[in-house]
Design a protein around this ligand. Sequence first.
Ligand code: NG6
Ligand code: CA
Length: 514
Amino acid sequence: MIAFALTSPLLVSAQAVCEGGKVSRPNVVLIYTDDLGFGDLECYGAKGVKTPNINSLANDGLRFANAHCVASTSTPSRYSLLTGEYPWRKPGTDVAAGDAAMIISPGQYTVADVFKDAGYRTAAFGKWHLGLGAETGKQDWNGVVSPALADIGFDYSYIMAATADRVPCLFVENGKVANYDPSAPVYVSYESNFLGEPTGKDNPELLYNLKSSHGHNMSIVNGIGRIGYMKGGGSALWKDEDIADSITVRAVDFIRKNSDVPFFVYFATNDIHVPRFPHRRFRGMSSMGLRGDAIAQLDWCVGEIVSVLKEQGLFENTLIILTSDNGPVLDDGYDDAAETLVGGHSPTGGLRGGKYSAFEGGTRVPFIVHWPARIKTPAVNARLVSQIDFLDVMASIVGVGGTAPLSPDGSPSEASTWLGEKEGGRPFAVGMASNRTLSLIMFGWKYIEPKGGPAMVPWGPKIETGYSAKPQLYKMVDGDFDENDNLADENPVIVSAWQAVLDEIRRGEFELKQ
Ligand code: NG6
Ligand code: CA
């Protein structure tokens, strides 16, 4: 067992706000964006798009500069955020198909359970991508899909089963297809097409809204090719241009209806994942085409949430966290001109790599914490933060549990870091790339374990993977985050120590003495 003793003292967990001796816990809204890069918001240096609503949250709260999601793709990242467990501990956490069985088992303790235990009302909106139902490919899309989010702590859910580029292209509300159309029963397959149904591959002339650049050539819905095959849906099928509106309207409605009880809203936007097809009122709002316009649409959603909180007099004591599930990508399979129109904007904010990657661009993400009743001094915060702590930090803030973690891998003592009250920050952060290469950031060094693999993402996106058969060690201090100077050969002791720590973390045996 390797144990590191840290100089910073263990500070007590965050306490809930006290008003006249009465504990007043915050409402919590997590705005979990999709594929939004470290540099993709104006308040993080974005060029070519304005994000006034998000800028306000950052200006009046904490804007973290060194915050990490757990993986550089969605499913493993979301799994870890919701459960506080590293994705490699659970089989089936790679990017999930739209007919995947539920990956979080009903018996697992989730962040939604934390809020239930604290007496909150809980709801999830938007992208799910963590499977539904008991068995892959066996969901009854024409009846009740079970287990679903109600079985893991959500009172209400209005979700997309997977991603916007994967079938089924319809919303599932509390386990049933929303706006179900009995004249068009729904069938889904990730194995073969349904007789007579057009595909992007055979009928490219039907791709009237977006053409595919790679993949995305199976079923066509709303003039856009998808991954996977589906039949039916009728009037329940979504229109991509309305997705942001439909999740926002429902989240706003939920907040209004629950204004007299504490609530947790998991607001998982489709923006800015592909297919990027924002509503026409956002078209042209950026100089970057559809990808930038999707960022403008995302900012509008945030503005709507802020507005209803203010309208209900809840803004002061609502904790809003805005972050992303993984780093950015330009061409992720549709001809949306993201590459040609990006101009001087850097989606990663100058970091190397991007979505799928082991480099910083894969897992260092925007992270904004806003809670007026508690955070009185707005700041840019450079402390190390990881989404692995979300469950335990929330538990600490709402007063569930004690100083011991409730999750397998998170830490409640990080609550004070997330609220800007602790010196030092998280001692280490682990990231997982698309091919499951692990990296460890610790004490100012980033170590990427040797695993091998192609230098560039092989299927289309022009992104450096960061994979190598050799160990990589980069300095991560003093604003030097570019991962260009591999110092592994000069520092064999650090390489072997960091690999040993990573191996212990992987096995669940690492103990950090604080
Ligand atoms: C890839 C998709 C990509 C995206 C990604 C998952 C192709 C060619 N590419 O396989 O478009 O869906 O999976 O993204 O199919 S994530 O953000 O949900 O992890
Ligand atoms: Ca994603």
